[in-house]
Design a protein around this ligand. Structure first.
Ligand SMILES: [Fe+2]
Length: 337
């Protein structure tokens, strides 16, 4: 279990501490974020709109192999660092369609990765990120089930990156710089698949709802878990529970375990029960899932509008895990309500 400050302030008689007031941790109660909340922005036009529909500029030089029927493609024979703007546009379309694209043995540096990702839009700054350009993603050997007894945020749960943002991220790229030979895999689930798997009646139900995405639980926990204080105040944002992808036109589920706490239009009991179903639906989606084994130099690029993901918790006995993630902001207003 992680050594958590929160643990020291919980009475053993209090029952489940996750029901305590979120300011149970004095470090957080006294924390002063340095940055203001973000304003809504209109991001530049998605680069996938500029792609060749058959992605010929990319696929004439690279080999694409689908890893499952519905999600995940392995791209071989290219270095991302050498791709032209046209080829990067084709890559965006491939990512939007397949959810996540993987490459191995890439020679990208952090500077080159940042430069490449600026092609896709405005770089996101994670609320606990020091650099304005990228976030460092590490492995954690703590038992997330045990941690969740003492902290309210399901930090190892399925999520779309910072989906609580007013402009939730579209594309993310994670490049692994350090990795143990075993453990630390990441899995992605298709949100197209999650929507398609619902009965027509449930599709209609979710299409009429907004999910409440919040950073509050992460805010209350992150100082303990990551040792880094959040740089912005917490935020709650209502996003449609089913969105139409602006590039592919496909309907995608837009509910995740990590940041969604309920549904705006429902009574609390209804909302709690539907969220229970939603999390079960995600966890039982093996037929819409791809799992990736990392190595140093491996890259995954995904579309947070089309997939959710989680790291499979591990012990990291054979070494540590460290990756560099770059992310760009997506649109809010193109959601179909
Ligand atoms: Fe993530």
């Amino acid at each position: 279990m992680a050594t958590l400050e929160a643990h020291k302030h919980i009475s053993p008689d209090s029952g489940k501490p996750t029901i305590l007031h979120p300011n149970f941790n004095p470090k957080i109660r006294n924390w002063k974020p340095t940055d203001p909340l973000r304003e809504e922005i209109t991001p530049p036009k998605d680069r996938a709109h500029f792609a060749d529909p058959d992605k010929k500029r990319l696929l004439s030089v690279a080999t694409a192999t689908d890893l499952t029927e519905g999600i995940g493609t392995l791209l071989e024979g290219v270095q991302l660092s050498q791709l032209s703007g046209d080829q990067l546009d084709d890559l965006a379309l491939l990512v939007a369609e397949r959810g996540v694209v993987f490459l191995r043995d890439q020679d990208l540096t952090t500077d080159k990765q940042v430069q490449l990702f600026e092609h896709y839009g405005i770089l996101d700054k994670h609320p606990a990120q020091k650099s304005v350009r990228h976030v460092t993603i590490k492995g954690s050997s703590s038992d997330h089930r045990q941690d969740s007894v003492y902290t309210p945020w399901p930090q190892a749960g399925w999520h779309a990156d910072t989906s609580f943002e007013i402009n939730p991220p579209s594309y993310s790229l994670l490049r692994m710089e350090e990795h143990p030979p075993v453990g630390g895999d990441t899995a992605w689930v298709s949100q197209y698949g999650l929507f398609d798997a619902l009965s027509p009646a449930y599709q209609k139900l979710f299409e009429g709802l907004h999910a409440v995405h919040t950073s509050r639980l992460q805010y209350d926990t992150i100082l303990d878990l990551w040792g880094v204080g959040p740089n912005r105040p917490p935020i709650d944002t209502h996003h449609v529970a089913v969105r139409t992808h602006p590039v592919t036109g496909l309907k995608a589920w837009n509910v995740n375990e990590g940041f969604v706490t309920g549904f705006a239009e429902l009574k609390k009991a209804e909302s709690d029960k539907l969220l229970e179903f939603a999390n079960w639906h995600i966890h039982s989606a093996d037929d819409h899932l791809v799992r990736w084994k990392w190595a140093v130099g491996s890259v995954a690029m995904w579309d947070n509008r089309a997939v959710i993901h989680r790291v499979i918790p591990g012990k990291y006995e054979q070494g540590s895990r460290r990756g560099v993630r770059t992310t760009v902001f997506g649109e809010k207003r193109e959601y179909i309500v």
